[in-house]
Structures are given as C-alpha cells and as structure tokens.
Design a protein around this ligand. Sequence first.
Ligand SMILES: CC(C)(COP(=O)(O)OP(=O)(O)OC[C@H]1O[C@@H](n2cnc3c(N)ncnc32)[C@H](O)[C@@H]1OP(=O)(O)O)[C@@H](O)C(=O)NCCC(=O)NCCS
Length: 160
Amino acid sequence: MSRTPELSSFLQHATALDLAMVAGWVTSDEETDIWSGGPVSFPILLEECRLAIGWDHAANRTLIDRDHVAGFGQIIDKPDARKHLARIIVDPETRGRGLGRRLVQGLMHEARRCGARCMSLNVHPGNETAIRLYASLGFVPAENPEPGRTGRFLYMECPA
Ligand SMILES: CC(C)(COP(=O)(O)OP(=O)(O)OC[C@H]1O[C@@H](n2cnc3c(N)ncnc32)[C@H](O)[C@@H]1OP(=O)(O)O)[C@@H](O)C(=O)NCCC(=O)NCCS
C-alpha cells in the first residue's frame, strides 16, 4: 500500500458528475452527517445536496490520484479573509494511504494562494481520524463564530 501519493495526485475543479460519485461513498445517515456537517439527508438527492452544500458559491475540488477521483473538498469564503474547508472525504477504498493528508494540504495551499488570513473547519467530535489529521496540519480548536448552525461540531482553525 503506497504512502507516497504526492507525485501522482493533484486537485482539480469538481464537476456535478464528480459529486454524484462522491455521494456514493456515503452509505448511511451517520456518514452523511459526518461528511456534510448536517445539511444533507440520506439517501442523497443530488440537486438537494448541491443546494445544501452551497455548491454554486464554493470552490469545489476533487483529488485526482492515478487518473481516478479519490477525494473531494470545498473551500468556502467567510468574512475577514477566513477560508472554510468543508465536505472533506476520501474514497473508502483508498483511505489510510495518505490521500486525506494530500487532499487537505491541497485545499490549504489553494486557500493560502487565494489570500486566506486563516482557515477553519468543523469536524464531528467523535471523528478521531479526521481530528488527528487536521491537528497534524496545524488546526487547533477555537471559538466558533457561527455556533448556531454547527455548534455540535468541533470548530478548528489554522493561521494561514
Ligand atoms: C478523514 C479522511 C478524509 C482521512 O483520509 P485518509 O486518506 O484515510 O487519511 P490519510 O491516509 O491521509 O491519513 C492522514 C492521517 O489521518 C489519521 N488516520 C488515518 N487513518 C487512521 C486510522 N485508521 N485511525 C486513526 N487515525 C488515522 C492519521 O493521523 C494519519 O496521519 P499519518 O499518515 O501521519 O498516520 C477519511 O477517513 C474520510 O474520508 N473519512 C470519512 C469522511 C470524513 O470523516 N470527513 C471529514 C469530515 S470533517
């Protein structure tokens, strides 16, 4: 199992077809909640999902690894040059190979390039795999500026 995807993986603009594939990686209410942060219901209906995750107002990115869509994430503009990373997910078939790290690093790189002052994300407090990944990349728990919508999640920030 390769732990070095850096040479063969990159981010690109996600299409609606990509979103359909990503939605297929989520197979239960609980997984949908963890992935979407709340606004998407299972089973996922694509048009509803697009609206719920603000598709038209976000930078939607897929991680391409060896010519396949291996991951997905969004960068959402927030006030004061904060860039919020959301809906991060890796294909269940390829988890644990370093692609999640590559995906988040790519989103962070793009956020910085687009002038981020800081980056933020919400993560389910029981999602230890994701929390460990985010912490290793510099994210720390912080006060959530939008607690009403996502108060049950752990809010983390990382300076740009
Ligand atoms: C979270 C997720 C994106 C991580 O992707 P991944 O490709 O499996 O992660 P990586 O292989 O790059 O591992 C990155 C880090 O995650 C942690 N990690 C990965 N697999 C783990 C496991 N089975 N147990 C504990 N920690 C784990 C480790 O800290 C790892 O760092 P290391 O490489 O230094 O050991 C992936 O598990 C996923 O898609 N989960 C479902 C959706 C989700 O939870 N999204 C996050 C929403 S906030």
